[in-house]
Ligand binder design. Sequence first.
Ligand code: PRP
Ligand code: URA
Ligand code: MG
Length: 208
Amino acid sequence: MAVFESKHPLVKHKVSLLRDVNISVKSFRELTKEVAVLLTVEATQQFDVANVDMTCWSGDIQAPMLSKQQPTLVPILRAGLGMLDGALTILPCAKISVVGLRRDEKTLDPETYYENIINDIEDRTAIIIDPMLATGGTAVATIDLLKQSGCKHIIALFLVAAPEGIEVLQKSHPDVDLFVGVIDQQLNENGYILPGLGDAGDKIFGTL
Ligand SMILES: O=P(O)(O)OC[C@H]1O[C@H](OP(=O)(O)OP(=O)(O)O)[C@H](O)[C@@H]1O
Ligand SMILES: O=c1cc[nH]c(=O)[nH]1
Ligand SMILES: [Mg+2]
């Protein structure tokens, strides 16, 4: 598994702004979307292109186009919805597969409460989007669901990731590449990322 931590100065800057304890819901939503745009650009840099015949204003040409089907975006409810608009800005034709998982506050185990994965997922790259990778339990369960549905190629985007979660993912799904805004220090005793962003879902949905 490859882990790509963004080197883009705007990603660093915007994730730092997201950490402000006094951030408004509006700013948190806007910045989450903006970082999602930047991470989607980085994650799609490795996509293959192949020349196709086309007629241009100046005549017939061969022009490079994406050689595979458009990917499917996989927002993990709730917080992943905050990144969906940003990812769609770069991939406006992507199909969307939605999964809903929440962590049990005490055990930190993920519980799946919704699953709506596209039919032809075996032909497409799945791009998981979720602001936070903490213990890794939610991401592992999501990848399990996608693989059970026939998905063969999966990448995952996170604004902030804890080293503990990266290690768990690495062990469970070594074939999945990660694109991360910032790798943070550690988890606290309640499974929250330090320094982190706090509860990203609550900040995006205004349920603090
Ligand atoms: O790596 P883990 O320890 O599994 O934690 C990460 C998960 O926790 C958060 O979701 P949460 O369960 O708070 O649900 P929400 O998006 O509805 O707020 C976050 O958006 C991830 O999905
Ligand atoms: O720090 C964390 C950990 C899990 N989920 C969040 O939203 N934040
Ligand atoms: Mg939450």
